[in-house]
Design a protein around this ligand. Structure first.
Ligand SMILES: *Cc1c(COP(=O)(O)O)cnc(C)c1O
Length: 418
């Protein structure tokens, strides 16, 4: 009998060739985009499974279609494991991705026009945190706070002043390009003063909270935590809304039938698998190593003329001001590093004078490299290649030498599941 992949090869050579090409690309370069990772082989198996055939509108025990014996089992497993891993009272594992999970929270708990406080996009907020181009930015009244120019951390005094002035219904922390830890106690105190709901969007560092390497907002009394499942958590593409009991009903109704139809049960099965992995000692060590690697890489870059936004990192990522460091804009820096098979992404920096598609920096993170087994000494090697490439972006011979070294280096670090 032919395996599924052999059938694909026979019957759709074009898609098969692209799939093999992507596998080879992922193996032969170093992935430093902080929102990306390599998932577990068991997750790949469940994603490509028969659960994708099934409609499961509703929740376990209350579905709109028959035949739910096994889908109920996996969704209950995913929910129970999520509650255990994140120490929370309720979990919804159906959001189709991170953006949908945030929309479900806003739409489920607030009315259109209500005020939400969140971080400005150029200072680290996500599009779904009220960027004017996003639908959420049009539907709700977002008050955008910024970072303190003196040290780059959240300006908590300003957050408090804004909260007292604008009386938000919801205060949101948790970011997409902010390299520092978050003072949850301060946010909680500010929100309590004005009676606002507290929410953390842990999309980027959810895996580090799960692995107990970073603080858990629920330990500080937060109401809502959202996280994607495909970033540092290393699971399938998806999102989860985790919350305290009083919000459970509204959140569930908001995800379905409010926002979505049938959940992707193959992804829900894969989330269950991921959350079992997240409970292992191995995953805790992984989460710790992500942080060690991030600090090591940041220090190595800074001791070789790189300027980092906020002067370092407390989490899995850093933002390099490439204009200040190397006289290159972020787009050019990203292109130069692509040539040596080191993948990063251009990044706007706080109050960036340059436009978003040609911003002043790049964003670098360690979750994917750590999944491949890279450790501190490898980060120092990596920093050397990054610096050498960005210092001499026109030196094609030098870039080609570095590319060959990177490719040889990568053969030492197998990618799980490929
Ligand atoms: C990645 C991210 C999201 C959105 O996730 P998608 O799966 O891309 O929709 C939301 N919030 C934050 C902070 C993120 O970093």
């Amino acid at each position: 009998m032919n395996s599924n992949i052999e059938l694909l090869e026979q019957n759709d050579p074009a898609v098969y060739a692209a799939l093999r090409g992507e596998e080879s690309r992922q193996r032969s370069g170093i992935e430093l985009i902080p929102s990306e990772n390599y998932t577990f082989p068991e997750v790949l198996a469940t994603l490509g499974s028969v659960f994708t055939n099934k409609y499961s509108e509703g929740y376990p025990g209350r579905r709109y279609y028959g035949g739910q014996e096994f889908t109920d089992q996996i969704e209950n497993l995913a929910r129970d494991r999520a509650k255990a891993v994140f120490r929370c009272e309720h979990a919804n594992v159906q959001p189709l991705s991170g953006s949908a999970m945030n929309q479900a929270v806003y739409l489920g708990l607030l009315e259109p026009g209500d005020t939400i406080m969140a971080m400005d996009l150029s200072h680290g907020g996500h599009l779904t945190h009220g960027a004017p181009v996003s639908h959420m930015g049009k539907l709700f009244n977002f008050i955008r706070y910024v970072t303190d120019p003196s040290d780059g951390s959240v300006d908590y005094d300003q957050v408090r002043k804004d909260a007292l002035t604008h009386k938000p219904k919801l205060v949101l922390c948790g970011y997409t390009s902010y390299p520092r830890d978050i003072d949850y106690a301060k946010f909680k105190a500010i929100a309590d003063e004005v009676g606002a709901i507290t929410m953390t969007d842990a999309s980027h560092f959810g895996g580090l909270v799960a692995g107990e390497a970073m603080n858990n907002p629920f330990d500080f009394g937060f109401d809502i935590v959202t996280t994607t499942t495909h970033k540092s958590l290393r699971g399938p593409r998806g999102g989860m809304v985790l919350c305290r009991k009083p919000f459970a009903k509204k959140i569930d109704k908001s995800v379905f039938p409010g926002l979505q139809g049938g959940p992707h049960m193959n992804a829900v099965a894969a989330i269950a698998v991921t959350l079992k992995k997240a409970q292992t000692e191995e995953f805790k060590q992984y989460a710790q190593q992500v942080l060690i690697n991030s600090k090591t890489l940041a220090n190595a870059l800074m001791s070789n003329q790189a300027t980092l936004i906020t002067g370092g990192t407390d989490n899995h990522m850093m933002v390099v001001d490439t204009v200040a460091s190397f006289g290159l804009d972020g787009r050019r820096a990203e292109e130069v590093l692509d040539k040596v098979q080191i993948t990063t992404n251009k990044q706007i920096i706080p109050d960036d004078p340059l436009p978003p598609l040609r911003p002043s920096g790049i964003r670098i993170g360690t979750p994917a490299a750590t999944t491949r087994g890279m450790v501190g000494s490898d980060m120092e090697q990596l920093a050397g290649w990054i610096i050498d490439s960005l210092k001499a972006p026109e030196d094609e011979a030098n870039l080609e030498r570095i590319r060959c070294e990177v490719e040889a280096f990568c053969t030492r670090f197998p990618v799980p599941g490929i």
